[in-house]
Design a protein around this ligand. Structure first.
Ligand code: 13P
Length: 246
């Protein structure tokens, strides 16, 4: 089974209203890319504007995080329902930056992924090992535990992003061989967890994806697209990465 690829840009804490021009370039470029789904996940402050600009185009808009509750006394938090209301179609949950800096546990990530499903959003559930864990030979067991703890019950509204922590923003990537091993491992895990539907769950690779390495990385078996950080901020680079799918 070949899954339709998804290339999503995680803008992290970058972007002001002035970034609308870059978004327009991405929207225009997306119209020419018919073999890949494209998404930009801007900071929450830009989400409604970006969703309005992208309406009717081939570009989807996503959030970067959500709270597990639909509403409540949670100062500073944003619910999945609010993201949906602002025009989002997806939300990233369990990014390593949130696991590390906001102490998010697997259980918290699962609650957020369930919230995404409840609101009608695709949950992009992030997993990935640290350098020390890989060097110790524990990469697969770490990722297995994250999947076991973070994935919600139903496969329909989920994509998994494998993002080795040491590859994020470092310019380093695993070898194609190591990515093939890990994505094959995740695919088998999804198939045992979700049954047949797990074969259709997209597994994205993230961590220093650039126009220069996208072709090689996206050609790896069970890589169904990319979650792109830094390179997604520049329309030209982001479109060049998605363009490997033609
Ligand atoms: P970089 O592409 O900047 O390495 O970031 C990857 C990432 O964290 C996407 O979520």
């Amino acid at each position: 089974m070949t899954n339709r690829p998804l290339v999503a840009g995680n803008w992290k804490m970058h972007g002001l209203k002035a970034s609308a021009g870059e978004l327009q370039k991405i929207i225009a470029g997306a119209q020419k890319l018919s073999h890949v789904d494209l998404m930009v996940c801007p900071p929450a402050t830009l989400l409604a504007d970006f969703a309005a600009a992208a309406r009717g185009s081939r570009l989807a808009i996503g959030g970067q995080d959500c709270h597990a509750l639909a509403a409540g006394a949670c100062t500073g938090d944003i619910s999945a329902e609010m993201l949906k209301d602002a025009g989002a179609q997806a939300v990233i949950v369990g990014h390593s930056e949130r696991r590390q800096h906001h102490n998010e546990t697997d259980a918290a990530v699962r609650a957020k992924a369930l919230a995404a499903g409840r609101a009608g959003l695709l949950a992009i559930v992030c997993v990935g090992e640290t350098r020390a864990q890989r060097d110790a030979g524990d990469a697969c067991s770490v990722v297995r535990a994250q999947l076991d703890g973070s994935l919600p019950g139903g496969a329909a509204d989920v994509a998994v992003a494998y993002e080795p922590v040491w590859a994020i923003g470092s310019g380093l990537t695993p070898t194609a061989h190591d990515i093939a091993d890990m994505h094959g491992f995740i695919r088998r895990h999804l198939a045992s967890y979700y049954g047949e539907a797990g074969r259709g769950t997209r597994i994205l690779y993230g961590g220093s994806v650039k126009p220069e390495n996208a072709k090689e990385l996206m050609a790896v078996e069970h890589v169904d697209g990319a979650l792109v950080g830094g390179a997604s901020l520049k329309a030209e680079e982001f479109l060049a990465i998605a363009g490997v799918y033609g």
